[in-house]
Design a protein around this ligand. Structure first.
Ligand code: PLP
Length: 373
């Protein structure tokens, strides 16, 4: 008998866990006859803002679009510079470029994989307009230090929360700290749609208004009259209805991710040559979008796990400043040692709320076997 493969992630399992409710929600939209910016979108925007702890949420076509509009809403323009990390999804950087600004990429803290705030001072120039803090893998980044830096220098503080729905920093949800924050509802995210989707949140009514206007052709007060040059950046009503269903179980799903992470921690603690994710501290509660281990022989470990039918992924194999589209542009500012090393060493183990604990145990046993532990 062959052992069943353990996927690294499973949006299908997430759908199957609520298939009936999702089916009913889709049916409600189909029969309601409003397919864009209707009652489901309105309700979800209210519910999502309430969940995050922000005044306003604006649904958008994707997480990329949410970050793009968060930047635009905060006044980022061509000619500006925006500081962020190179160890992130490329979407963080493409969203900055969509706003017309130049991304300035700095190194991460090798222990947390998040932006190293000590790098900010040397990266700042008179053109710097904003800092985008990515809460990577579900772990809240250094909000206090980045926020203080932004306030001191009159910069906008923008959070990329695409991997951190529900994560807590000093008891408040990430996304509620920034001048604006962006979430992705890509199907594998902690809150995932069945297709593309995203949302930007803010406490500033003017930022919210600008984002609402830009997502729909620049219409502000009058339909068919563009007050500014916009486009179509909307999320559709079916996704909003599905997200309302999934939002009800987000906290429970995050608890399951955390329980799986604790199980991995217990099984893999002390394995020589393997580094586990940093534990939460008094200020941070991670939601483990990914459970990322690191080791010098990462590729060999991934092959070993694949042979044992344990799925893994690498987030991310190539720093953005080294990727063909960006390499010639000199986007990196300062040393990138921690970023370069992470790209060679990180490996994401299976992690999704419906992953049976016994399968996490089997994945962990296969990791131990590789290290002869
Ligand atoms: C850190 C980060 N930022 C932005 C995005 C962009 O989200 P989307 O894929 O919904 O455009 C993603 C997800 O891919 C992400 O992981």
């Amino acid at each position: 008998m062959t052992t069943a493969a353990i996927p690294q992630t499973s949006p299908l399992a997430s759908y199957e866990a609520q298939a009936d409710e999702i089916g009913a929600a889709i049916g409600r939209v189909l029969r309601g006859g409003r397919y864009l910016l209707g009652p489901e979108t309105e309700a979800f925007e209210r519910e999502w803002a309430g969940y995050v702890g922000s005044e306003y949420a604006v649904t958008l076509a994707s997480g990329t679009e949410a970050l793009h509009l968060a930047l635009r809403g905060c006044g980022v323009r061509p000619g500006d510079e925006v500081i962020t990390v190179s160890h992130t999804a490329v979407a963080t950087v493409s969203a900055i470029e969509l706003s017309g600004a130049t991304p300035v990429l700095v190194d991460i803290d090798p222990a947390t994989y998040n932006l190293d705030p000590a790098r900010l001072a040397a990266a700042r120039t008179p053109k710097t307009r904003a800092v985008v803090l990515v809460h990577l893998y579900g772990r809240p980044g250094p909000v206090g230090r980045v926020l203080a830096f932004c306030r001191e220098h009159g910069l906008k503080f923008i959070e990329d929360c695409a991997q951190s729905h529900g994560a807590l920093c000093r008891g408040r949800r990430v996304g509620s700290y920034g001048d604006a924050a962006a979430f992705s509802f890509y199907p594998t995210k902690n809150l995932g749609a069945i297709g593309d989707g995203g949302a930007a949140v803010t406490n500033d009514p003017h930022v919210a208004e600008t984002m609402r206007s830009l997502r729909q052709y620049g219409w502000r007060t009058e339909r068919y009259v563009s007050a500014e040059a916009g486009w179509n950046g909307r999320m559709d009503e079916i996704q909003a209805a599905i997200l309302r269903v999934k939002l009800r179980t987000l906290d429970a799903d995050n608890d399951r991710r955390r329980a799986l992470a604790a199980r991995y921690d217990a099984a893999l603690g002390g394995v020589h040559g393997l580094t586990l994710p940093l534990a939460d501290d008094a200020d941070r509660r991670s939601v483990f979008h990914q459970y990322v281990v690191r080791c010098a022989r990462r590729d060999a470990l991934a092959e070993h796990l694949q042979a044992r039918r344990v799925g893994t992924l690498v987030h991310y194999p190539m720093p953005i400043h080294r990727q063909p589209a960006y390499a010639a542009r000199g986007l990196a500012r300062g040393p990138m040692d921690a970023t370069e090393q992470a790209a060679k060493q990180v490996l994401s183990l299976p992690m999704f709320p419906q992953l049976p604990p016994e399968e996490a145990d089997r994945a962990a046993a296969a990791v131990r076997e590789f290290f002869g532990a």
